[in-house]
Design a protein around this ligand. Structure first.
Ligand SMILES: Cc1cc2nc3c(=O)[nH]c(=O)nc-3n(C[C@H](O)[C@H](O)[C@H](O)COP(=O)(O)O)c2cc1C
Length: 196
């Protein structure tokens, strides 16, 4: 299963492009799941170290809906709106709360495949750093980060929304970067016969 995690608190541009990415993968025969932070209660990590002792997070909030999906997924797409030149606080909270998964199973993300999507209101608003923050999380946790490659995508999928859903739908270059990255992501998974 391929899991899309949307780091926007709104059903707007990031939600839209992530669903488009998941549709592309479904067309290629992959099973997908979507999880969005919108309307969810996901507190930031408190660094209380309860998870290191008890192998679970002390905060019984909506991360408990996401934990089993992350464990099950073979591939993950993290999509974030760009906030202050980087990823959203909501997506960062998700990443930090994965400490509890790592406490229970050190290699919880190892050998899974990850790709990144960033959606900024400005044309050059910090998408590249946001993508790198997602890729850094994958590397730290042992997942394989997938880039879209040169000539159209580079490190991942980057969108210029002009702060509207209409704007992101009109971003041809953004969709080119998405198609290229999804293609590489799917090709990697197929090479290792990961369809379930
Ligand atoms: C708190 C905040 C900070 C933002 N900072 C940036 C920024 O640094 N660069 C940028 O390009 N857009 C910035 N934006 C605009 C959003 O990235 C943009 O509107 C994006 O499309 C939002 O995604 P969504 O429609 O999925 O919610 C910011 C928006 C908010 C709410």
């Amino acid at each position: 299963m391929i899991l899309g995690i949307c780091g926007s608190p709104r059903k707007q541009a990031t939600d839209y492009v992530l669903h488009e990415a998941l549709k592309m993968l479904e067309d290629k025969g992959f099973e997908t799941e979507f999880f969005g932070v919108r309307g969810k209660n996901i507190s930031p990590c408190r660094h209380c170290d309860y998870c290191l002792r008890e192998k679970e997070c002390i905060m019984k909030d909506d991360m408990y809906e996401l934990y089993p999906l992350i464990k099950e997924a073979r591939g993950i797409i993290m999509a974030t709106p760009v906030y202050n030149g980087g990823l959203s606080a909501q997506l960062k909270a998700v990443m930090d709360r994965c400490r509890a998964l790592g406490a229970a199973e050190y290699d919880f993300l190892r050998y899974k495949v990850g790709m990144a999507v960033a959606v900024g209101g400005d044309r050059i608003g910090g998408q590249e750093l946001a993508v790198q923050q997602i890729i850094t999380f994958y590397i730290l946790e042992g997942a394989v980060p997938i880039s879209g490659g040169a000539f159209g995508a580079n490190l991942g999928a980057n969108f210029w929304s002009q702060d509207t859903l209409k704007g992101v739908k009109e971003d041809k270059e953004g969709f080119r970067s998405l198609r290229k990255t999804v293609k590489k992501f799917a090709a990697f998974l197929e090479k290792f016969e990961v369809k379930e």
